[in-house]
Ligand binder design. Structure first.
Ligand code: HEM
Length: 180
């Protein structure tokens, strides 16, 4: 997992819960990195899971909800760091349907060691998008947060439902209905 995901996460934790919480969750985790992340580095996903688990234990917020809130913050990081990737889209459904064939393809070129999910589009109209998320990292709540912010970015909104295809969240079907 890319370092920027860790550095931005710890900044958000510091903002919301204070520096002491950052120290606590780092100290409670067994981190090969020692918790010293740089935005350009690459680290084990298991480190993120430990940080999330300990934050969840201290705050009583579920890991899913932490990932949702974090993704909403991370969208603005992406907007600022990769504006050109987003600028070519005029519509949220078009943008979300293009993660697999354009956005994440470019991301993989920029960060060859990025670990990205796949999104398979099953159905697409002007107002409906059905796609299957697949990733060994089960970060579908992170995807949901990014989807919410994608609609907000275009001053639009949507009802987004999902169904787990696999109980562990490694395969999830998203049904996205744009509000008109
Ligand atoms: C992960 C880039 C848009 C879904 C990531 C990561 C980067 C990235 C750098 C981390 C990879 C790693 O740590 O190895 C971008 C950029 C975008 C964009 C630059 C737009 C300009 C989106 C959107 C979605 C999305 C709109 C909506 C669903 C995800 C998910 C992950 C992820 C779910 C977590 C990894 C996983 O589930 O396996 N993306 N992304 N991304 N991205 Fe994107």
């Amino acid at each position: 997992m890319k370092g920027i995901v860790f550095t931005e996460f710890l900044e958000l934790v510091e903002d919301k819960f204070g520096l002491e919480m950052v120290d606590t969750i780092i100290n409670q985790s067994e981190l090969e990195s020692g918790g010293a992340y740089t935005s350009v580095g690459t680290y084990e996903f298991s480190e993120m899971l430990q940080l999330l688990q300990h934050l969840s234990d201290h705050t009583n917020i579920s890991i899913d909800n932490l990932l949702l809130v974090y993704a909403e913050h991370f969208f603005s990081v992406l907007e600022n760091s990769h504006p050109k990737l987003i600028a070519r889209y005029k519509d949220p459904i078009e943008m979300l349907a293009s993660i697999e064939n354009h956005i994440h393809v470019e991301v993989q070129k920029i960060y060859p060691d990025a670990e990205l999910p796949t999104f398979e589009v099953l159905e697409k109209t002007d107002t409906l998008l059905i796609m299957i998320y697949k990733s060994s990292r089960s970060m579908h709540y992170f995807g949901l947060g990014l989807m919410n912010k994608t609609f907000e970015h275009f001053n639009s909104s949507a009802d987004i439902e999902f169904e787990k295809i696999k109980e562990d969240g490694t395969e999830v079907k998203f049904i996205i209905r744009k509000n008109s």
